[in-house]
Write a protein that binds this ligand. Structure first.
Ligand code: M3L
Length: 288
């Protein structure tokens, strides 16, 4: 089993994460809190009350964990494709495998990434949603002091399953949309690369960026449900299940609720995935 895809996936995932983190914080706030009027309002308020650091709340932990999760995604994707088509990463440049195989491999990677992501993602979402000021002295201490404290508190208050709250929605979010992610990426690279050659850096950047946008656009409704279910444990009234969350959100806030964070998800997706794919391809080429 080739392992370099796992390592390249790890590094490239971490680089992509740093690139998109501020967008991600704004997105999570917009999806789960009703105090902001829009993207700009949210950004200004975060900056004023929490300084630039507010945008990076809870990032140290995801850098390591998202790297690992991305390594699962890219490693499983590439190895599944190899099992299905008996071609290596390099061979696949000359002869594109069928879109069905790419989709199946992407969905397999997506399914496994969802469950490796779940505990890290809930910690990220809970930390990002703490609005306590970091600049004003004497302000009340936030509920969670940091990622480890957050993990320990969830374990104590909500049990082991608490760490996997919202993981069903996360799986539904990631499985098909990561199939689409790789179809878009491989398809665009193939389309814009002369036969037999490696895609240029610009092609990789653009194809990666659009792959990110395509997958995030389709992932947004389940992204909202997932975030709300993850926050369920700290609200007075937790949702009874995914369906309850969907119905309650719809009844109270209308159809538009499922598209919260749509613009920011798409804006974040381009740079994050352009950087992720470029560093991934670059590392694999460097290692031969
Ligand atoms: C499938 N879905 C769109 C939800 C996630 C795509 C993940 C790709 C990348 N790690 C990123 O954070 O953009």
């Amino acid at each position: 089993m080739p392992v370099e895809e796992f390592v390249a996936g790890w590094i490239s995932g971490a680089l992509g994460l740093v690139m998109g983190y501020p967008f991600d914080t704004v997105k999570v706030r917009l999806q789960t809190q009703n105090t902001y009027r829009g993207i700009m309002d949210c950004m200004i308020k975060i900056y004023r009350h929490e300084s630039v650091l507010g945008f990076y709340k809870g990032m140290s932990f995801p850098i390591a964990s998202i790297g690992m999760v991305n390594s699962v995604l890219f490693g499983v994707y590439s190895n599944t494709l190899q099992a299905l088509t008996s071609t290596s990463h390099q061979d696949r440049r000359a002869q594109l495998p069928s879109y069905t195989c790419i989709f199946i491999a992407g969905c397999t990677g997506g399914f496994l990434q969802a469950y490796s992501l779940a505990p890290f993602d809930i910690i990220k979402v809970r930390l990002q949603n703490q609005t306590e000021s970091r600049v004003r002295p004497g302000s009340p201490l936030p509920r969670y002091q940091g990622p480890m404290h957050c993990a320990a508190t969830i374990l104590r208050e909500e049990g082991f399953r608490g760490l996997f709250r919202g993981s069903g929605a996360l799986m539904l979010r990631d499985t098909p949309t990561l199939g689409l992610y790789f179809i878009t990426y491989e398809g665009l690279c193939y389309q814009y690369t002369p036969t037999g050659q490696q895609p240029s850096s610009t092609t990789v950047l653009v194809a990666g960026g659009f792959a990110g946008i395509a997958s995030w656009i389709t992932a947004t409704p389940f992204d909202v449900i997932k975030a709300r279910m993850q926050m369920g444990g700290v609200k007075q009234k937790a949702y009874k299940g995914m369906l309850d969350c969907i119905v309650t959100s719809f009844r109270q806030e209308g159809l538009g609720v499922f598209f919260r964070g749509f613009t920011i998800n798409s804006a974040r997706a381009f740079p994050v995935n352009a950087v992720t794919f470029l560093s991934y391809e670059y590392l694999l080429r460097m290692w031969g």
